[in-house]
Design a protein around this ligand. Sequence first.
Ligand code: MLT
Length: 264
Amino acid sequence: MLNSIPDVVLVHGFPLDEEMWVDQVAFLRALGYRVFTPNLPGFGQRAGNPPHRCSISAFAEDIHHYIIRNCKLPCIIGGFSMGGYVVLALLHRFAKDACAAVLIDTHPAADSPEARQGRMKSITSLQTDGIQSLVAQMLPRLLSPTASLSLRHRVEQIIARQQPAGMIQAQMAAAMRVDQTEHLSNIVIPCLVVGGSQDIITPPELMKKWQCKITRSQWVEIPNAGHLTPMEAPDTVNQAIADFIIKKVYSGSQPSIGNSQNAT
Ligand code: MLT
């Protein structure tokens, strides 16, 4: 347990940006935590990386630099899906700077040959048919069939404003990422692992198989939600994160409401 209030850093997934965390940011800031949601290179308003820095490991270095510049260390670091790949790579190389981790709808394995092929196909359709083709492909994979129209519309808008070059770079980086499974047993900090019951990209059965390899981990399944749980079931995800922090990371006097800093 820490004896001071930790900062929280959340890394978005593909093909999204920091706006996917809007509900978590509002909730945790209202509790008084400082919350940081850096964009990955090529997403949000950020420029992409040069080709030699187009890898999950380079993205992890990039987020680590951000954390060193902006946060009180060690901090809680969380990632959703591709953001989880980045967090696992970061934990492997810079473990001392994290006091806890939150891994949401993600997994540690490298891409299978079929998954790599799928990424190459999606790069081709992005280049030939534009972003709308990716929106159509991704929406049914990110959200459960019962997600509301307004949520679909919000997610669609986030995807549609991303830069194709950033998306291509991220697909290449994800396709080439190294398998982190063998490093899971080296993670000694408390770790919250969250997954949607209807996630078809990283289903609960897959997530529980790797989660149990992290000694101090805890699994929370989010009912009636697909892959994008932070947006589809924000209240349940927020509560899971808040409970985890109080039970496993920092149980001292909680930050007071209104005392949060305007971290971005
Ligand atoms: C994500 O949600 O970040 C992606 O589905 C992950 C991936 O493409 O591997």
